[in-house]
Design a protein around this ligand. Structure first.
Ligand code: PGA
Length: 254
């Protein structure tokens, strides 16, 4: 597939996989995806598996991401994980503001923006998630909510930092439900996000920014979604937990 921007496809494992299971999965992915150069491939295991997965994917085309990070560098923050700790395991990407964290941990755009600055301060790359709920979509509020989240979550980032930032459009109603956004629905919001980036930053930034789609991505819908002009990759939950489905999503997207 001839894309304007290089595709980036990331597996968000969420709270799944013991270390042994994680190693099984990455071993399979290494085998299946060894020759893929057209796509940036990222796996985001739980914190407890980062160390072993990191060793396993050394010198491969798989890159490592974390699912969250503290905005603090160190200190009395029980249960939190700082950038420096992630860097010990060669983590390159950090998912921020996933809708599950917005919902269950009450993360706000302001907090996500502070975390994004901390991620950049450590020379890591944030994957900043935005997306509307079903009620918001049905009330015609999709653009309003998405714009608010994009502006709020990226507030304070410099042009240079934005160049190293990835966005993920994940409509909440499509996450883990088996009901993906249709390709035209995804394209419409992706184009709107790019337009918002143009207003916030400039045309070059908007043109270069990679925007992933997330929400029930599977091998059967990956090609169609990835062929949309403003869809530059995927953030995959459930289907990233098995070698076959995650590698087929990637192969079908090329
Ligand atoms: P899903 O999750 O692929 O299981 O819908 C996507 C996500 O939450 O990142």
């Amino acid at each position: 597939m001839n894309k304007e921007r290089k595709l980036i496809i990331a597996g968000n494992w969420k709270m799944n996989k013991t270390v042994a299971e994680a190693l099984d999965l990455v071993n399979g992915l290494k085998r299946e995806l060894a020759n893929v150069k057209e796509v940036d491939i990222v796996v985001c295991p739980p914190f407890t598996a980062l160390s072993e997965v990191s060793k396993e994917i050394l010198n491969t085309n798989l890159r490592l991401g974390a699912q969250n990070m503290s905005e603090q560098n160190m200190g009395a923050f029980t249960g939190e994980i700082a950038a420096g700790m992630l860097k010990e395991f060669s983590v390159r990407y950090v998912i921020l503001g996933h809708s599950e964290r917005r919902q269950y941990q009450k993360e706000t755009d302001e907090l996500i923006a502070r975390k994004a600055l901390a991620v950049h301060a450590a020379a890591l790359k944030p994957i900043v998630c935005v997306g509307e709920t079903l009620a918001e979509r049905e009330s015609g509020l999709t653009e309003k909510i998405v714009e608010q989240q994009v502006r709020g979550s990226l507030a304070g980032l410099s042009q240079e930092q934005m160049e190293e930032t990835i966005l993920a459009y994940e409509p909440v109603w499509a996450i883990g439900t088996g009901r993906n956004a249709t390709s035209p629905q995804a394209q419409e919001v992706h184009a709107f996000i790019r337009h918002t980036l143009n207003q916030m930053f400039d045309e070059t930034i908007a043109k270069r920014a990679r925007i992933q789609y997330g929400g029930s991505v599977k091998p059967s819908n990956a090609r169609d979604l990835m062929s949309q002009p403003d869809v530059d990759g995927a953030l995959v939950g459930g289907a990233s937990l098995e070698v076959r489905s995650f590698s087929d999503i990637i192969k079908n997207s090329i």
